[in-house]
Write a protein that binds this ligand. Structure first.
Ligand code: DC
Length: 209
């Protein structure tokens, strides 16, 4: 299944990471959390005191960083996993993700990553079905009510979450959109296993055509 991609998009708290990781485990495929990449750049930009509004400086930084993710996210060999979801990063990451030059670097790396896997890759984010892998083997869009998503995100809270929703869906560069050919699943009151099974069924149905 080298080169095969299951692309999963959806807003924060829709269950993307949990579901994508479980689908990858079930299939024996690799999992890629692209939000963690934007978060890793944000952690490093904040640590170095780079002005986030300085798009060129942040893009130069993004281009220079070696980001790895197995099993924990590291930047230039330094473990940043525990820094990825702090309030400071939650507040700043939308600005970094709205930077078109940063996105260009990240998209290229995401494509390269999937290409280099001996097995298929389950990739989750905001622009995976629309920009990064428009020809993915299977496209999935996960949704859930704001209340449910805020509950899943715990400390972040509904206010910060909806602020990020607005930033992610209204930005100029690759906003979060539902691809017309994506399989939509509302995860509000669905157990993870059931959503995972639905995605695997979709994949099987594709393969049997
Ligand atoms: O999925 P997450 O909450 O970890 O994502 C962090 C931020 O990164 C989110 O606010 C939107 C952005 N993001 C993006 O713009 N494109 C992606 N492919 C993944 C995440």
């Amino acid at each position: 299944m080298s080169g095969a991609v299951i692309a999963i998009d959806g807003p924060a708290g829709s269950g993307k990471s949990t579901v994508a990781r479980a689908v990858a485990n079930a299939l024996g495929w690799t999992f890629l959390d692209t939000g963690a990449m934007y978060r890793a750049v944000t952690v490093e930009a904040l640590a170095r005191g780079i002005e986030l509004s300085d798009e060129e400086a942040v893009a130069r930084l993004a281009d220079s960083l070696v980001i790895t993710n197995s099993p924990r996210v590291c930047v230039d060999g330094r473990d940043v996993q525990d820094d990825l979801r702090t309030e400071r990063v939650n507040l700043a990451v939308s600005t970094v993700a709205a930077n078109p030059a940063v996105r260009r670097v990240m998209v290229e790396r995401q494509r390269e990553f999937a290409q280099n896997q001996a097995v298929g890759t389950v990739v989750e984010g905001r622009d995976i079905t629309t920009v990064v892998f428009p020809h993915a083997t299977l496209k999935v869009y996960l949704t859930a009510s704001l209340e449910q998503r805020a509950m899943r995100r715990g400390e972040e809270g509904a206010h910060s979450l909806s602020r990020r929703d607005v930033a992610d869906t209204t930005r100029e560069a690759s906003p979060l959109r539902r691809a017309p050919d994506a399989h939509v699943i509302d995860t509000t009151s669905r157990p993870v296993d059931e959503v995972v099974q639905e995605i695997i069924e979709c994949l099987k149905n594709l393969n049997s055509i």
